[in-house]
Design a protein around this ligand. Structure first.
Ligand SMILES: Cc1cc2nc3c(=O)[nH]c(=O)nc-3n(C[C@H](O)[C@H](O)[C@H](O)COP(=O)(O)OP(=O)(O)OC[C@H]3O[C@@H](n4cnc5c(N)ncnc54)[C@H](O)[C@@H]3O)c2cc1C
Length: 401
């Protein structure tokens, strides 16, 4: 018997989609296949944990729309499911005339995206909100929060089990073929059949699309993001979140300081090209995946454009003082000795053949499947809204349940 729907990937997007589908069609026969021993072991459990409010995104983009709607739903979900979170806001600080100009644009975007309480603040008010932060100009975003998205992902898995869906772990997908009106999916623990498939495989989403015969318009490139943990004695220097003004030419937000719901404070993440899709260690190399990345025409074009910032990021990853220098631009009182542990996440960033990084979410439907091919930050914040949107697309497919 074929399942109504198979979802590949037990990260926050796959599970949010499953939850939305089960809510729309109670009694649906839905199976999630996850390759790891548990859910949320990759991007969803290894990120900054910031509940973004929608400040950065181009008005009218999917990111802006789904982030603004999704963050409100996420706060409600956390309350309902007793997932600890904070809503302490954040400051984005400028330290030069060019950064002040960029802050103007951020403010404009934030207002266009309808952010509640967004305010330009002077140095006096900055000192009241974040006494240790250094900036000549700043934006205060009171609606930003923090959560452990790993907790959210596990809570989502509980709702799926409660609503009659099933999550099968140790089920890495290896093959797929469509025959007799259904997909046959070969995975590490056996085989499953499903009438429709939703591909939410994160760092491997383009590979799964390939397996399913889709000519993916993008290739996933893994970017490692490293964090340094601030020792308990220095945590008081950061009350909520302190961000730099992002460089508009780069797709990442820059090293920032964030207080997590458990009170720990972290600096990061940087953005270094990883030598493996799940390359959490600096020297984790998977030759096949590395070759796949560097032989891709888009990668060569990207490297030509960004080789300088790429080298800078590698230097910052290798030499702790460079990393610490960036964090100290935000909070000068932090000392090198205040940074202790280190941990890492890897971003799945979609790259186009022309060498441009896909900025917005990329979701590609076919007649019998939906492929989520780019769901970078604020994907976790927006996951419940993304899940609802994908669920609607699944229901609209010709063979939708
Ligand atoms: C360093 C970093 C910082 C970030 N910071 C933030 C932030 O502060 N706020 C925010 O909103 N977002 C942030 N993000 C983005 C956010 O984490 C992602 O948007 C989100 O987690 C994507 O979820 P996902 O389910 O698509 O991917 P994942 O969580 O990676 O899930 C994909 C799942 O698919 C599984 N899988 C892969 N291949 C197969 C296969 N063949 N068979 C079966 N299963 C498979 C994987 O094991 C994994 O569990 C950050 C990301 C990173 C990496």
């Amino acid at each position: 018997m074929a399942h109504d729907i198979i979802v590949i990937g037990g990260g926050i997007i796959g599970l949010a989609t499953s939850r939305a589908l089960l809510a729309e069609r109670p009694g649906l026969d839905l199976l999630v296949l996850e390759k790891e021993p548990g859910v949320g072991r990759h991007q969803s459990g290894r990120n900054s944990g910031v509940l973004h409010s929608g400040l950065y995104y181009r008005p009218g983009s999917l990111k802006a729309d789904l982030c603004v709607r999704g963050v409100a739903e996420m706060f409600e979900f956390c309350e309902e499911h007793r997932v600890p979170f904070t809503r302490d806001g954040k400051v984005v600080i400028a330290n030069s005339p060019i950064e002040t100009q960029r802050l103007d644009e951020l403010e404009r975007r934030g207002r266009a995206n309808g952010l509640q309480g967004l305010r330009r603040i002077g140095t006096d008010e900055l000192r009241e909100i974040e006494p240790a932060a250094a900036g000549t100009d700043a934006l205060h975003v009171p609606s930003t929060g923090a959560v452990d998205f790993g907790d959210v992902t596990r809570a989502l898995a509980d709702t799926i089990a409660r609503d009659g869906g099933r999550v099968e772990v140790h089920a890495g997908v290896r093959g797929a073929r469509f025959k007799g009106g259904a997909w046959t999916i070969d995975h590490a623990s056996g085989q499953a059949r499903g009438r429709l498939v939703v591909n939410c495989a994160g760092l491997y989403a383009d590979r799964i699309a390939d397996l399913m015969g889709v000519d993916s318009p993008v290739r996933i490139v893994p970017f490692r993001g490293e964090y340094l943990t601030v020792r308990p004695e220095a945590r008081h220097l950061v009350r909520s979140s302190i961000y730099p003004v992002p460089d508009p030419d780069l797709p990442f937000l820059g090293v920032h300081l964030t207080r997590r719901p458990d009170g720990t404070v972290e600096a990061g993440p940087n953005a270094v090209l990883a030598f493996a899709r799940e390359g959490y260690g600096r020297w984790t190399i998977r030759p096949g995946e590395l070759w796949d990345a560097i032989s891709y025409v888009g990668m060569r074009r990207l490297a030509r454009k960004y080789w300088r910032s790429g080298l800078r990021e590698m230097a910052r990853s290798t030499f702790k003082p460079l990393f610490v220098r960036d964090a100290r631009r935000l909070v000068p009182a932090l000392k090198s000795a205040d940074f202790v542990g280190r941990h890492t996440g890897v971003r799945a960033q979609a790259l186009r053949p022309d060498g441009s990084l896909a900025d917005d979410f990329v979701i590609v439907p076919t007649d019998t499947a939906i492929h989520v091919l780019n769901a970078p930050s604020p994907g976790a914040t927006a996951s419940l809204a993304i899940g609802a949107s994908i669920a609607q697309q699944v229901l609209d497919l010709p063979g939708g349940p």
